[in-house]
Design a protein around this ligand. Sequence first.
Ligand code: ACO
Length: 378
Amino acid sequence: MSVKFSPGLEDTIIKQTSLTFIDGINGILRYRGYDIEDLVKNCIFEELIYLMLYGDLPNRQELNEIKEKINKNYQVPEEVIRMIYSLPREANAVGMMESAFGMLASIYDPKWEKTLNRDVAISVIAKTATITANIYRAKEGLKPNNPKIKSTYAETFLSTAFDRNVSEEEISSMNAALILYADHEVPASTTAGLVACSTLSDMYSSITSALAALKGPLHGRAAEDAFNQFVEIGSLNKVEEWFEEKIIKGKNRLMGFGHRVYKTYDPRAKIFKSLAESLSKKNEKANEYFKIANKLEEIGIKHFSEKKIYPNTDFYSGILFYSIGFPVYMFTALFALSRVLGWCSHFIEYVEEQHRLIRPRAIYIGPEKREFKKIDQR
Ligand code: ACO
């Protein structure tokens, strides 16, 4: 067997996929052949759920059927909500999601079966909305909410999270964010989940693995860190000075910039930017952050474009979430809310079509054989 050393698995193709196509050189992203721009402009998240799980966009009847299935699955076992509320308010939101999915894994423990897998995925996706909304509520000190079922997934989620009427623009922005973050081939989180489900561990446990990988600052947490840069900068006239100090002299990474696959402007970042610009106009603070981000982007591109480092999806998404009314600590959880669709779709594709236990090798670089010494002789 010839084995190639590939740190970071950069040169490793782990699966085939019909789900997501990325052209990192030309900045193209497609889900099942459809350009991300067309999907964001024309679809509700439920249409994307159908597309990813069943292979095609739904007709009206199929859309109604999947909406009905989702509506029946928003309810989360009471003990999971109780557990969320038993955690300290300062607990990490994604850590709370991991705990919730760990509990769901112990309660449901579903087997992988072709006739059941998509139903399990729908249960995961619907329950994530209720779990995420209640994590926000628990951390804000608000009482738990049962799912408030509305006409779309985005509206149901926002209505469950907030005790207020949500505007059409907030719903459509949330819907767009759900579509933009839904899948991205096999980043660290999807790969971590694939490792778990390759052992035929259940879908809820595999989601827990994916969440653990998403939580890190080099992956999902970048949206929080990117936004915190705008907060730290504080005003438009400090952007240049901050960049010089923190990034050039301090040699810190510019968060929300750079990508393993995109060597050009991330197509999702373009859409997030225009949505964030429009939504932030209604919120003075958010609008200030948008202007700071825009200036930081300009300086960042000037400095980094030679290395092909451009804004990624996390650069502007935080401004959109903040404009809707979410605190920074929720940004990665909101990313996860959307990405569970991609995770479930990849797990199903892998288990049903190309299953193989994922078990790479390591090159041993430790000492040669040594003579064992009993404890008193060491
Ligand atoms: N700021 C400054 N320099 C950077 C950045 C950045 N954001 N990203 C990469 N670089 C530089 C590195 O310092 C390195 O420079 P060198 O060759 O002179 O040593 C070079 O670019 C290559 O960097 P790597 O880390 O090897 O590239 P990799 O493909 O692993 O990077 C990553 C991808 C981890 C996303 C990186 O760009 C990064 O850390 N970005 C900031 C965090 C971030 O925004 N993550 C979100 C990613 S998108 C997502 O998860 C949805």
